[in-house]
Each structure stands twice: as C-alpha cells, then as structure tokens.
Design a protein. Sequence first.
Length: 156
Amino acid sequence: MTEKEFCEKYDKYKNTVYSVIFNYLRNTYDTADVHQEVFMKLYQAETEFQSDEHMKAWLIRTAVNLSKNFLRDNKRRSGEELDENIPYLEENEDNGLLAYVLKLPEKYRIPIHLFYYEGYSVNEISDILGIPQGTVKIHLKRGREKLKSVLTDFNF
C-alpha cells in the first residue's frame, strides 16, 4: 500500500475506527493510542483487501481485538476489575442518544453501535465480533430495552 493510498484510507475510516475503540475504552487518551496502533497495523499489513468493505471490516475487527487486548492487559496490571463506568470526556454528553448508548454494558453497546451507527447487519456483526447471530440479536434486543427504559425514565 502506498503512502497516498494509506492516507486516503485513514481519512475515510478514522472516525469509524475511533468510535469502535471509544465504545470499548471510554477514554480519549487510551482510544487515541489504540487508534494509532490499528492504523499502524494497516500500514504494515501485507493483506490484499478485496474491497473497501473488506478493509473496513478488517479495521473494525482489528480495533475490537486491540481494544480487548488493551483492557485485558490493563486489568492484569492493576489487579482489579475495570469499572464499567470509566469516565469519558464531557463533550460526548452533547450527543444526546449516543451518551446513553455509551453508558450501556459493553455486550450491548458494541452491537448497537455497529448496527445503528455503522450500518452493519446482524450477520456482519456476528462475523466481526466472533459471536453467534442469535447472540447478536439478543444483545441488540436487550440493549434497545435498556435504552428504552432509561429514555422513558428521563423523558428523552
């Protein structure tokens, strides 16, 4: 991949990759580190991508894996469980519904983000996350139920 091609792909996918990572880490500093690592892997990859969608799926899968690795490694270092309520910058509060989505547990937050914000199908999410389609459907259903109850409580 040439430097020009890499820059074009970076510009095209940087926001998608960032949002996937942020959904896992909920911290802009750690997200920026993992984001950089994902694109370094792309730059160094010797993979021939069949299409832009194939590259996008590869980037998201890489972002998911590196985010999970980051969380696992930091959990091991700290010796304590990671809090599900890791603080994130106030700027995301202005995004309305997205702020509530980001407060969901990871198992619901990631599929909802990929389905509604990135436009992936249940089948594609299943492939990206490496979980059965039925599990994706259940996580989407339960995530929507949690969002509905929160939004009803706050009269959103």
